[in-house]
Design a binder for this molecule. Sequence first.
Ligand SMILES: Nc1ncnc2c1ncn2[C@@H]1O[C@H](COP(=O)(O)OP(=O)(O)OP(=O)(O)O)[C@@H](O)[C@H]1O
Ligand SMILES: [Mg+2]
Length: 372
Amino acid sequence: MPLELDIDAILADLSVRIIVCCGPGGVGKTTTAAALALRAAEQHGRRTVVLTIDPARRLAQSLGLVELDNTPRQVKGVAGNELFAMMLDMKRTFDEVVLAHTNPRRAEEIFANPFYQAMSSTFAGTQEYMAMEKLGQLRAADEWNLIVVDTPPSRSALDFLDAPARLARFLDGRMLRLLLAPARAGGRSMFNLVTAASGLFSKAFQKILGAQLLTELSGFVSALDSTFGGFRDRADETYRVLQDRETAFLVVAAPEQDGLREAAFFARRLGEERMPLAGLILNKVHQVEAPGLDAETSLSAATRLDELGDHAATADTLRIHAALLQQTVRESRVAAEFRAAHPAVAVAIVAALASDVHDLDGLREIGAALTD
Ligand SMILES: Nc1ncnc2c1ncn2[C@@H]1O[C@H](COP(=O)(O)OP(=O)(O)OP(=O)(O)O)[C@@H](O)[C@H]1O
Ligand SMILES: [Mg+2]
């Protein structure tokens, strides 16, 4: 008997204070996070904040997020008025971290540094780190009964776990000092060393910084280093929160082979890190209108209609039905394979809705599907 993921039980469980929606790119993390938060507020009466990352414009608008101001805003039109939403402003969150740890004059120096400017807005991993940073802030504010966290659009769900530690290690200065040492003697070659050693720099980033890099980099590192070192400590602290029973991880995945392989990696990693996986949400699962009509019959009927002529639209509908049916067969097969390989992972299934989800009603529909 497959294990069903009981979303309402999670939302009703007051000991769960943080829900993190992870998954590969484009699978519905942001949508799911918003739908869970709305349901927690409306059906479970919990004062909830959802931290969204890069929400689609229309969804942001329906959550009342017209500008990126990095603070939770009350969402209008929600029963009970207990839903708040915000969009992560990665750069501003980084600035807040700096301001919180140094005096204003020192902060100005750091802000003016081109390396800081580039890193706080483009560095790979900064978004993941700042999402965790913001989660820490929201949690410390002690104002929310439930915090739902969306995660950045990464290629891999694992980036959410890996990037903060990578960035923290980098900012911790030890590695940079090590890498900068030969640079002072040898000049530019050091940049290659950094690139090769860490893989942290994107091409665009190299272009922005170019020859000036060394001076800026050492200035930046010493400024950060002397004001506050412990980026890694902060990342460690957030890790501890993520390991606590107050947190529930939900992996969102599409019902296809690569997505589920990715979800399996992620589930295994969470296990290794002793982070609590609540379950898997299979999102955008397809359904057919007329399940009784099999693919073979509808394809041969389409061919027959073609021969008769003059029924092109009906023939097309039959072919679409057949293709959709084949897709649902594929989807059920990969889902069954996942369940067989991971019998301990509870699964919830959400159908692909007819259109994009961009308003509260759409989110309610997803919330209902999640708990069906
Ligand atoms: N069950 C669903 N049915 C129909 N459309 C959906 C469903 N879930 C999500 N969508 C749509 O799919 C698109 C991608 O969803 P979403 O932005 O939530 O994904 P994401 O995982 O956050 O993506 P990214 O990795 O880019 O952040 C959106 O247009 C959304 O409205
Ligand atoms: Mg998203």
